[in-house]
Ligand binder design. Structure first.
Ligand code: HEC
Length: 160
């Protein structure tokens, strides 16, 4: 009987862990993104996303997003309220008509995006709220994911 209770308790514990893990985050270990096929960018960071509107980068970025970000920021970047909506980042940029304003708006959103993704974020108690990807992502990976998000943002703006 004792043994039976112990096993049942263990099984319940596992179920709880599995369920809470899936609900809270899913798999949130940073995964490298395979950017084969994209023009290499080297070590020096570009001022703003060199891959914007690049179809191959958008495709690679969508895979990178799915593996690394979707668990918290939502499938197809449709936020479920657990983490900020990433389609807001360049929302104002995509509808700008002046090319200069548009470029500078995207540059600001690129800068901000790059900083948060590489360094992550911590709350006031020092607990990590947003993981940092600086140790696993190349420059190519960061910009490919941003290209995907900007494409999604532009598509949303068109459909509204
Ligand atoms: C474990 C959950 C989790 C994962 C995985 C995650 N994020 Fe986040 N992210 C958050 C949370 C929570 C915040 C808000 C953090 C805060 O403000 O303290 C955030 C904030 C951000 C912000 C700032 C948004 C804003 O409006 O200020 C960006 C950009 C971002 N994440 C991009 C990404 C990208 C890109 C990925 C995948 C490479 C990713 N995140 C993976 C949880 C996550």
């Amino acid at each position: 009987m004792r043994k039976f209770m112990g096993l049942a308790g263990l099984a319940a514990g596992f179920l709880f862990l599995a369920a809470s893990g899936a609900l809270a985050h899913g798999d949130v270990t940073p995964h490298p993104v395979d950017t084969t096929g994209l023009p290499p960018l080297g070590k020096t960071w570009a001022d703003s996303n060199p891959y914007r509107d690049n179809a191959k980068a958008i495709e690679i970025g969508s895979v990178g997003y799915y593996h690394n970000c979707a668990a918290c920021h939502g499938l197809n970047a449709e936020a479920g309220g657990m983490a900020p909506d990433l389609l807001q980042l360049a929302k104002d940029c995509v509808t700008m008509t002046s090319p200069a304003d548009k470029a500078s708006c995207f540059k600001d959103s690129d800068d901000y995006f790059k900083g948060v993704v590489l360094d992550g974020k911590k709350n006031s108690e020092g607990r990590e709220t947003m993981p940092s990807y600086g140790a696993v992502f190349t420059q190519e990976a960061v910009w490919a994911i941003k290209a995907y998000l900007d494409k999604r943002t532009a598509d949303e703006a068109k459909s509204n």
